[in-house]
Design a protein around this ligand. Sequence first.
Ligand code: XMP
Length: 327
Amino acid sequence: MDNSNVRPESMERITTEALANAFIDEQVKALREQIGGKKVLLALSGGVDSSVVAALLIRAVGKQLVCVHVNHGLLRKGEPEQVVSVFRDQMNANLVYVDAVDRFLDKLAGVAEPELKRKIIGAEFIRVFEEEARKQDGIEFLAQGTIYPDIIESDGVKAHHNVGGLPEDMQFELVEPVKLLFKDEVRVVGKALGLPDNMVYRQPFPGPGLGVRCLGAITRDRLEAVRESDAILREEFAKNGLEGKVWQYFTAVPDFRSVGVKDGKRTFAYPVIIRAVNTKDAMTATVEDVPFALLQHITARITSEVPNVNRVLYDLTPKPSATIEWE
Ligand code: XMP
C-alpha cells in the first residue's frame, strides 16, 4: 500500500461509477496485501467517511474487520438503527454496537461550557472505544476515515474520529484507504459500494453531534426536543426539495423557557431555533432563504409534535457575525 500522504498529480479525479469501481478494485487488492489474515478495528460513526471505509474493508477482508459503533446518545434520530441495519443486516459485518447513552449523559450532566462539553465527549469516546478494543483478541490494524482535506488542513489526525488518542500500549498500524480522496470522490465511491443515498449524501454533522445543539448543560428532555425537531426539519426539507440544496440545516434548543399557550392553558416551555446555511468552506456562510410558508408549516409541526416546545425561531444571522453552530 502507498503510504504517501501526497496525492500524485497524475491521480484522476473520481467522478464516475467506472472510476470508482477501478479505485475499489485497486484498494481491495492493496488492503488484502496489507492486512493478510489479521484483524482490523474501525470506529464506525455512520458518517460518510467511516461508512465508506467500512464498506471497502468488508469487501476486502469481510469479518476480519471489527466495526465498533458507539451510540453516545447525541446522534440524530434513526442513525444508530441505520448503522446496524446497513452494516450488520445488509452487509453482514462484524459489528459491535455499544449503547453508551447513559454513560455520556451522566458525564455531561451539569456541564454548560461548550469547549468542555466537546472535551468530555471526545475523551469519553476514546475511553469507550478503548474498552471495546481491549475485548477483541488479535487486532493489529486500526482503520480510519481520514480524507485528503484532513491531511491538508490538519496534522492528519481526524479530530472528530477521536481514536488518535488511544493509549501507548494500543498503537495499531493505520489503515486509511480513502486518505487521498476529496469528499465528492468519497461519495462516488460510497455509492458504487452500494451504500444508501442518505448515508452517502449526508450533510456535515459535528463529531459532538446534538451535544452542541442542546445548548448549555444537556438535559434529556431538551436533547429529545433537539432530536425530534431536527427529524421534522429534515423530513420537511427532503419533501420540499431543499435536501441536497442547502449545505447544512439543523435545530438547536436553548436552556431557557418562555411563556406560551396550548389548548387554552398556559405553558412554560423551550423554544426551538432553526438554522439553514450555505457555504463553500464553512469559514463564512449565508442564510438560506427558506419559503415563509414552509417555515410556518415546520413551526406548526414542531410546536404540535415535539413535547416541551412552544415556540420556533429562525436564525437570520450569517457567518460572520455568528458561527454556523450555536456552541
Ligand atoms: P462553526 O460553528 O465553527 O462550524 O461555524 C463550521 C462547521 O464545522 C462543524 N463543527 C464541528 N465539526 N466537531 C466537528 O466535527 C466540532 O466540534 C464542530 N464544531 C463545528 C459545523 O457543524 C460546521 O459544519
